[in-house]
Ligand binder design. Structure first.
Ligand SMILES: NC(=O)c1ccc[n+]([C@@H]2O[C@H](COP(=O)([O-])OP(=O)(O)OC[C@H]3O[C@@H](n4cnc5c(N)ncnc54)[C@H](OP(=O)(O)O)[C@@H]3O)[C@@H](O)[C@H]2O)c1
Length: 314
């Protein structure tokens, strides 16, 4: 099968190559031998890749910490189930599905991928595969940051750092729908996008003073670094700083700090896709490319906004 592989961490996305890899073996998957319990094979229709995925340690090693190059990156998928292993529950052959795949195994920038069934949810027939791949990781991350870790409630205020980005635009929409007051942040060029995706107001981090916004109940950080550090002081007593960019160095004086890595969740994927269907949630997809052109798409000559989705099958 055709796949994108990486072998050299230092090369970054410039080291991506389109190549041939062995297609997952349905007969082996179905046998009781090996550790395939719960896996399914998905014929990939659309695949997503997070910008800094090649910097994540899990991209280069398996669960035992052993080198697993050559690696197929990409962990966001929408496609059709073509084979089941023994013990699979909740999906069937021929079913349209979407979800995110294990960080420490080969991913989704390929014609087929192997994924645990529990990481997938049904993708309704009226939701395009491109949208399904675009909303899986971004929607789950936003959902878990807001409602599980941030315990956001109606009437609260939230500061979303990176509100024009792939995750931030999902977080702003979901937070607003939940009845929160949403302040988005980012670069000046992201202002209109952030407002279009639901922010009530916008802080231009290069020109406005972050400290002027006052206290908020929840900071949801998609930027990290100094912005994350300065945000701890903005958390109201009893509030929470939630981040997906690594453990916070500076903690809120009288609140919680949570750094988390998204996990797949079938029920949450169902909530997310229902909102997509009825128009309450829009994906922030900037570029759609083919597998043949994926290496170029992930090495753009100009800065691209929104998520890049690879449409593996037309
Ligand atoms: N832990 C997890 O489970 C998890 C899950 C998903 C994502 N993530 C992480 O979350 C981060 C965001 O992911 P994403 O897919 O949403 O990325 P993205 O689409 O690039 O969004 C990031 C947004 O933040 C803005 N931004 C970045 N640095 C900035 C700065 N210094 N000042 C002002 N604005 C800045 C970007 O603006 P420009 O486009 O202008 O740069 C963009 O609008 C990544 O680090 C990703 O790895 C973690």
């Amino acid at each position: 099968m055709k796949a994108i592989v990486v072998t050299d961490k230092a090369a970054g996305t410039a080291g991506m190559m389109l190549t041939e890899r062995p297609q997952p073996d349905a007969a082996r998957l179905a046998s009781l031998e090996g550790a395939n319990y719960g896996d399914v094979i998905v014929e990939v229709h659309a695949s997503g890749f997070t910008g800094n995925e090649l910097e994540w340690p899990s991209t280069w090693v398996d669960r035992r910490g052993l080198d697993r190059t050559p690696v197929i990156p990409g962990h966001e998928v929408a496609g059709v189930v073509t084979a089941l292993s023994y013990g699979t529950a909740g999906v069937s052959v021929g079913q349209r599905v979407f979800g995110i795949t294990d960080w420490t195994r080969d991913g989704t920038l390929a014609e087929y991928t192997v994924v645990e069934a529990r990481n997938l949810a049904p993708l309704p027939g009226d939701v395009d595969f491109t949208v399904g791949a675009g909303v899986a990781m971004t929607g789950l991350t936003a959902w878990q940051g807001l409602f599980e870790h941030g315990r956001l409630r109606a009437g609260q205020s939230i500061l979303v750092h990176g509100a024009a980005g792939a995750v931030g635009s999902m977080a702003s929409q979901l937070a607003r729908e939940a009845g929160a007051y949403v302040i988005g942040s980012g670069r000046a060029s992201g202002r209109q996008t952030a407002l279009d995706f639901g922010a009530h107001e916008f802080v231009d981090l290069d020109n406005d003073s972050l400290e002027d916004i006052g206290d908020v109940d929840l900071v949801f950080d998609m930027i990290g670094g100094n912005i994350q550090k300065r945000s701890a002081a903005l958390v109201r007593a009893g509030g929470t700083l939630v981040t997906v960019t690594g453990p916070p160095e500076t903690l809120p004086a009288d609140g919680l700090a949570v750094d988390f890595v998204v996990v797949s969740d079938r029920a949450q994927l169902g909530e997310i896709v229902q909102r997509v269907r009825d128009g309450r949630l829009r994906t922030n997809i900037g570029t759609v490319s083919t597998l043949d052109d994926a290496v170029a798409a992930f090495n753009p000559t100009e800065h691209v906004k929104g998520k890049t989705i690879i449409r593996v099958r037309p």
